[in-house]
Design a protein around this ligand. Sequence first.
Ligand SMILES: Cc1cc2nc3c(=O)[nH]c(=O)nc-3n(C[C@H](O)[C@H](O)[C@H](O)COP(=O)(O)O)c2cc1C
Length: 411
Amino acid sequence: MSHPVDQTLTLPNGNVLPNRIAKAAMEENMAIEGHLPGDGIFKLYKAWANGGTGLLITGNVMVDHRAMTGPGGIALEQDTPLEPFKQWANSAKQNNTQVWMQINHPGRQVYAAMGGHVLSPSDIPLDMGKHSSLFGQPTAMTETQIEELIQRFATTASRAIEAGFNGVQIHAAHGYLLSQFLSPLTNKRHDQWGGPLENRARLLYQVVKAIQNTVPKDTAIAVKLNSADFQRGGFDSDDAQAVVKTLGELNVDLVELSGGSYESPAMQGITQDGRTLEREAYFLSFAKDIAQHATMPIMTTGGINRLAIANNVINAGVDLIGMGRALAFRPDLPNQWKNNSDAQAQLPNVAWKNKTMASIATMAITKRQLQRIGKGKQPKPSSSAVFSLIADQMRLKKLTKRYRARYAGGF
Ligand SMILES: Cc1cc2nc3c(=O)[nH]c(=O)nc-3n(C[C@H](O)[C@H](O)[C@H](O)COP(=O)(O)O)c2cc1C
C-alpha cells in the first residue's frame, strides 16, 4: 500500500527526492585522525542509504577545525584532502538516495576541555546551571572574523559539492553560532549584525548568498532553523516565520524546523520556558503554520518514530519528515514500513531525575548504535544507559586528548 510519505518531492532546484523521509543530522563523533570520515562512517551511511530513507543529511561538519562541536568531529576546509569525502558521498548515494552535508560552526557551544576558538556575537557564556563550566568563555566576533566565517561556510559548501554531495544544509538551529546571532538573548550587538531581526538574520542570509555564489546552480541549499528557541526573550515563532519568508526570496530549497539549544533542549522534547510540544512530531504545529506561507518545502524533525505520525505530518501540509534517533536504532525503518505499518524503533527511555544527565545518556546510547552500525553490527536497543554513558565519556576523553595533542603547538 502506498502512503503519503512514499510520494516523491521535487525541490525548487529541480532535484527529486525519492520519498518524504529524511535522516536528520546526527553528529557521529567517528572521525579518524585529521577530522576525516573513515570506514565506520562509510558503512553507517551505506546502511542508511539501503534502508529506504530518501534523503540523508550528514551529522554536522565543521567549517573551522579550531572550533569543534565535539571530539571526533569532522571538518572540511580549504586544505582538507577530498578523497575521504568522495567515499562518504558515494557510500551515501546508493539506492537513489540523496545526501546533503550539514555545515556548522558551534560558536559558544564549545567544550572547555576541547579548547580552541570560542566565538559568539557577544561575550555571553552558556548558562547550564552547575554544568556551565563545561563550556568555554566566548569572545564577541570582530567584523573581520565575521567576514572570514562567511567565506568558510562557502568554502566548505563548494568542497562538499566537489566531493559529490547533492547539497548542503546550513545549521542555523540548536544554539550554534548562526542561531546565536538570531537570538536576542545571545546577540547584544549594536552594529549591522545585531538589534532588529533583519540585522540578527543578516549573517545567515550572507552565508546563503556566499554559498550560492560558489556552487553550481542545481545544488540543493537548505537551512535548519529553530521554530523557536523555547526561552523567554529568545528567537520566537514570529521571527522564524519572517526568516523563512526571506529565505524563500533567496530561493533556498528547503527549511528544516527544529527547536531549542543546549540551554533549552526542545529538540529532545524538553523546553525551558515551560511551553508544551507535541508528544510525537514535537514541532508539527509550528511547521504547519510556517508551511502555509512558505514558498519552499518545509521539513520537521523531532519525536517521529511511527508511520501513522509521519503520514499525519505530510497530510498536515509539511513536505518532509526528519528522523534522528529512530534511524539510529532501526536504520531500515522506512523499508520496514513498506511491509509493516506498525514497525517502529525501540528507543531508550532514560527516566533519570537529573534531566541533563538523562539527556547526555540518551545521546550516548544513540551514538553507540551509530558506532555499532559502522562496525557492521546490528543496533542494540537494550544497551544499558549507565554503561553507555561511562563508555562514551571514556571514548570522548580519548578523542579530546587526540584533538589537544594535534594542536598542542597552537592552531
Ligand atoms: C546523537 C545525536 C546527534 C545529533 N547531532 C546533530 C547534528 O549534528 N546536527 C543537528 O542539526 N542536529 C543534531 N541532532 C538533533 C537531531 O537532528 C534531531 O533534531 C533530534 O534528535 C530530534 O529528532 P529525533 O526525535 O528524530 O531524534 C542530534 C541528535 C542526536 C540524538
